[in-house]
Design a protein around this ligand. Structure first.
Ligand code: FCB
Length: 461
């Protein structure tokens, strides 16, 4: 039996935009805005208006969490829902009611809420007026939003996170065009990345100053970079990928400092962001209590074959390559399946980041409606494919924990099939299927397996 440490968190993660729906939302996020502008970019032309309708259905949904034995759950508070006036911090009363009732319902049912403050959801007004996180003014407005959230819900929420995958809005919005504002501008990208790190640090420091009982952390997508071979060139390629995609946020957020090599590279390309001494002190001071890690796929890289003329993105330093011996998920663009990466992540956190308490904040296996099939005679959807793969991942995690990794939980992506940005509902990840026509939730077999896992705090080989 693979047993996990006592009190281990078992649950799932989602976010405000992806689950709530926009009913009674006072302000728009860039997702509402972008969908209105360019619906064709979203799979099936489905936007974030209704999604899981958690705004109306949270009570039934918490009951469904209980049914599969969650003891914890992550979602996010939407900035554009909670705050009515961004500059004064005036809150929307209906949003306060909604989040209060939602949080209370979770607690009443023994589900510990982990509340995240930013999941890709810049209010569109702040994006249009000030360029979102391009601007330091917006950094301060974010901290004001965080302060309101701490004041309103900090008596009951004991686990906060500042950002989910903070690098993704930088990649999507400023390098590769999969988030609004769809720019491709490496100079702005580094400024936005820095400003987000600053917003995180100021929020952590504020939380500590407010002396609320609870903990604060951040959730990073840590995708290990594996090199094609042990040649010097390939190893260098992996080093660079790791520097740009992992250490860029890990080092400042966990160690309070930026990797020297990264700073030099940015300088070489004239991409150094504007910083001040006070800000750097703020970043140095901000100590998180825990780390959340999202993991889906490994990154495989090799030495660059043809040099780019100028730096457009980190791929200036490496090429991607497909592992000839890899296993792939046919239901998700042939993404590589590599459970050992989870062990490697755990060891990296243990050995290089002070063995800080961490939890697996997202892991998931994408399938589509076809591969999951129809409801079977037992009333369930058969996603055994998912269970088999999750087991393999959990075995690797268990191995790391046995070796002293300080992991305190697992949240799977996701609870009920939710809306996933440009992919909308194309890929399904949930313990429950969402029937888009009726809004009905239908349990998948994996949910039954997970309920047993959570109950036993472990699983049989
Ligand atoms: C992660 C995001 C999450 C969801 C999953 C599929 O990168 O954090 O919002 O879209 O991917």
């Amino acid at each position: 039996m693979y047993k996990f440490p006592e009190g281990f968190f078992w649950g799932a993660a989602t976010s405000g935009v992806q689950s709530e729906g926009s009913k009674n939302q006072v302000n728009k996020s860039i997702w509402n805005y972008w969908f209105e502008k360019e619906p064709k970019r979203f799979s099936g032309e489905i936007g974030p208006d209704v999604v899981c309708d958690t705004y109306n259905k949270f009570k039934e949904d918490v009951a469904l969490m209980k049914e599969i034995n969650f003891n914890s759950f992550r979602t996010s508070i939407q900035w554009a829902r909670l705050i009515k006036d961004f500059e004064t911090g005036e809150v929307c009363e209906d949003a306060v009611r909604f989040y209060n009732e939602y949080i209370d319902e979770l607690l009443k049912n023994g589900v510990e809420p982990i509340i995240n403050l930013y999941h890709f959801d810049m209010p569109s007004e702040l994006q249009e007026k000030f360029g979102g996180f391009e601007s330091k003014k917006v950094v301060n407005l974010f901290v004001l939003f965080a302060q309101k959230a701490f004041e309103l819900f900090g008596d009951r929420v004991k686990y906060w996170t500042t950002f989910n995958e903070p690098i993704v809005p930088v990649e999507g919005g400023y390098l590769y065009d999969f988030h609004y504002p769809n720019k491709k501008d490496p100079k702005l990208a580094t400024q936005v990345a820095y400003n987000i790190i600053l917003a995180h640090a100021k929020t952590v420091n504020l939380y500590k100053n407010m002396k609320i009982s609870g903990e604060i952390g951040v959730i990073l997508n840590l995708t290990p970079s594996y090199s094609r071979s042990n040649s010097e060139e390939d190893l260098k390629a992996a080093y660079m990928a790791d520097l740009f995609f992992n250490r860029s946020f890990l080092d400042p957020m966990l160690k309070g400092e930026f990797p020297k090599d990264l700073c030099e590279i940015l300088k070489e390309h004239n991409l150094t962001p504007e910083t001040t001494k006070e800000e750097l002190k703020e970043i140095e001071k901000a100590k998180v209590d825990f780390l959340g890690v999202n993991y889906y796929v490994p990154r495989r890289v090799k030495a660059k074959e043809k040099k780019d003329e100028k730096f457009n993105n980190p791929e200036y330093y490496f090429d991607y390559y497909i592992n000839p011996d890899g296993r792939f998920n046919p239901y998700r663009d042939n993404n590589e399946i590599y459970p050992v990466a989870l062990y490697d992540i755990a060891k990296n956190v243990q050995e290089n980041y002070g063995n800080i308490p961490w939890y697996l904040a997202e892991i998931g296996i994408a399938m589509d409606l076809n591969s999951e099939g129809d409801v079977k005679e037992d009333g369930l959807i058969d996603d055994t494919f998912r269970t088999d793969l999750m087991k393999e991942h959990f075995i690797q995690l268990h191995r790391a924990i046995e070796e002293g990794s300080n992991c305190f939980g697992v949240h799977q992506w996701t609870f009920i099939d939710c809306w996933s940005w440009l992919n909308s509902f194309k890929r399904r990840y949930g313990f429950y299927r969402l029937d888009l026509e009726t809004g009905k939730r239908i349990k998948k077999k994996h949910g039954v397996w997970f309920a047993q896992l959570a109950k036993d705090n472990g699983f049989e080989k």
